[in-house]
Design a protein around this ligand. Structure first.
Ligand code: NI
Length: 139
């Protein structure tokens, strides 16, 4: 476990006032916790700029249930990316729509390629990729 370090920071008072207002709205317990969260995000953004970073997350897809070719195509795409797909869950959202969650883990550039292929499949209504990283490079 990391040990805590104290450090002094000089910042313009109007910026600090705005910051304090935001952290109160977002229910951060302390200013230190909010700053730590921002610094962590700063580090993560840098890690995400590396295409070889190992990422974990999900591709969330909504598509038309009635388009049979689309269902086959989405399945075929997923069979080509087994090395980065952990699992998938299919939810029959309503009469017309299916919701699929594809859980991914692996090299960022490969995961993004899969997400782009899914998003580009004809008949997909909406697709979003949500990623997190522990900051390690993929094997
Ligand atoms: Ni369905």
């Amino acid at each position: 476990m990391s040990k805590l370090v104290r450090f002094g920071v000089s910042i313009a008072d109007d910026i600090l006032n705005q910051f304090d207002k935001i952290i109160k709205e977002k229910d951060y317990p302390t200013r230190s916790k909010a700053i730590e969260s921002l610094v962590r995000q700063f580090i993560t953004n840098r890690e995400f700029s590396n295409a070889n970073t190992s990422v974990t997350g999900s591709i969330n897809v909504i598509y038309d249930h009635h388009k049979r070719e689309l269902v086959n195509e989405l399945t075929n795409v997923q069979h080509d990316f087994q090395d980065v797909i952990v699992s998938s869950q299919h939810i029959h959202l309503d009469h017309d729509n299916c919701y699929e969650i594809i859980v991914v883990n692996g090299q960022k550039k490969k995961v993004e390629k899969l997400a782009n292929l899914v998003k580009g499949t004809k008949g997909v209504k909406q697709s979003s990729l949500c990623l997190v990283t522990a900051g390690k490079e993929a094997d």
